[in-house]
Design a protein around this ligand. Structure first.
Ligand code: ADP
Ligand code: MG
Length: 394
């Protein structure tokens, strides 16, 4: 891939059209409850302001399905961004059409505008070429800084790139591409992948791809029980995908073939259900009680996983190791987060729930990189080329 990065662009006097991910959560009164996604892309925006560009930002918010849904307006984001940047952000409520062009023509070098939710237009998610062309009329250079939507080819991240001469990845997207490259494509060995989460079925392709790239594959979370079942053990009331026992067997065989050390939990925290932390106990992997379910990895598993992580130079992690939403069942995930944080390996973590779990653990700021993508990160793990990144490759 030969993606150009923002640093290499000449910006002065140009209209820098930036696809950002301002898909922030609102409360009922449309107040932003978490502005992480806005702050994540500030370095790119500031770089363009300082470089003397006229900055035009485009994003989606929620799933308005091609209709104008007032409670999904980006107007509150324009206001928050104005505060964060310390300058007025022009909000363009009808980005397509003559009015918008006039508003944007008034921008001076260093000014910033934000377009209304681009998913108010049905053409956006259809990756409509003509719509991409109309958006391109607002751009001299195109910058993508929205990793979380990079696995979807839409007009504002794919079609538009066919009509703008110069396209580049912003700093956030550059980090995503470069950390993933260092962690998975060109890693310092030994490398370890930690894969957990609720189901094996959502991660089959990722597991198979990872087995071609790592030295160790540590399994935790709900999917571990389908693996234990595949090895012939009973897993009591634990989450089990009976249809995927053969899949788990195939993955175990592939690990053997590829000489990857596949590691399963050896002891398991069990409870009657996910709300009964007061009744939890410990079971061996080969002696799980029939009336209890596995909710977390046990202390011996933590020790086993920690030894492998301490010897690793690179760690990629997707999927919590237990039902971490209940703090009593977050012990394994937290302990492993601490080990990863304190080891001097390169650590890259991605996945919606994984990122929440790492923040909950308190070790987020000690990781090398935390991805801003859930689905997009998983597709990278699957070995796929993301359409919005491929579109930058000219
Ligand atoms: P990510 O979003 O990071 O890709 P997943 O969506 O695959 O992760 O999985 C996260 C979910 O897995 C969490 O809601 C967590 O509670 C659940 N989980 C992990 N281990 C278990 C378990 N032993 N039993 C039930 N749920 C589990
Ligand atoms: Mg999830």
């Amino acid at each position: 891939m030969a993606v150009k990065y923002l640093k290499s662009l000449e910006l002065r006097g140009k209209r820098a059209f930036i696809r950002v991910d301002f898909n922030v959560p609102y409360d009922k009164s449309m107040s932003i409850t978490d502005d992480t996604r806005i702050t994540a892309t500030l370095p790119t925006i500031r770089h363009c302001i300082d470089g003397g560009a006229k900055v035009i930002l485009v994003s989606h918010l929620g799933r308005p399905d091609g209709k104008v849904v007032p409670k999904m307006s980006l107007a509150p984001v324009a206001e928050r961004l104005s505060g964060l940047l310390g300058r007025t952000v022009l909000f363009v409520d009808k980005p397509i059409g003559a009015g918008a062009a006039e508003m944007l023509a008034g921008l001076k070098d260093g000014d910033v505008a934000l377009l209304e939710n681009i998913r108010f237009y049905p053409e956006e998610e259809k990756n409509d070429r003509e719509f991409g062309k109309k958006l391109a009329e607002l751009a001299d250079v195109y910058i993508n800084d929205a990793f979380a939507t990079a696995h979807r080819g839409h007009a504002s991240n794919e079609a538009i790139t066919h009509f703008v001469k110069e396209c580049a990845a912003g700093f956030l997207l550059e980090n995503e591409i470069e950390y993933f490259r260092k962690a998975m494509l060109d890693p310092t060995r030994p490398t370890t992948a930690i894969i957990g989460g609720v189901k094996i079925s959502s991660k089959i392709d990722a597991l198979k791809n990872i087995l071609g790239r790592v030295d160790n594959l540590i399994i935790g979370g709900g999917m571990a029980y389908t693996f234990l079942k595949a090895k012939g053990y009973d897993v009591g009331k634990s989450i089990l995908e009976a249809d995927h026992v053969p899949t788990a067997k195939a993955i175990i065989d592939l690990a053997i073939k590829n000489k990857v050390n596949l590691v399963l939990p050896v002891d398991i925290v069990v409870a009657p259900d996910l709300d009964s932390a007061d009744k939890m106990s410990l079971a061996r992997f080969d002696a799980m009680p029939s009336d209890l379910e596995g909710v977390d990895i046990g202390p011996e598993s933590i020790g086993l996983y920690s030894d492998i992580i301490r010897k690793s130079k690179t760690v990629v992690w997707n999927g919590p190791l237990g039902a971490f939403e209940n703090p009593a069942f977050a012990v394994g995930t937290n302990a492993i987060a601490k080990i990863v944080a304190e080891s001097d390996c390169l650590s890259v973590i991605g996945g919606g729930d994984s990122v929440s779990a790492i923040h909950q653990s308190g070790y987020a700021d000690k990781m090398s990189y935390i991805s801003t993508g859930g689905g997009a990160f998983l597709e990278l793990l699957e070995g796929k080329t993301l359409p919005a990144i491929a579109a930058l490759d000219k």
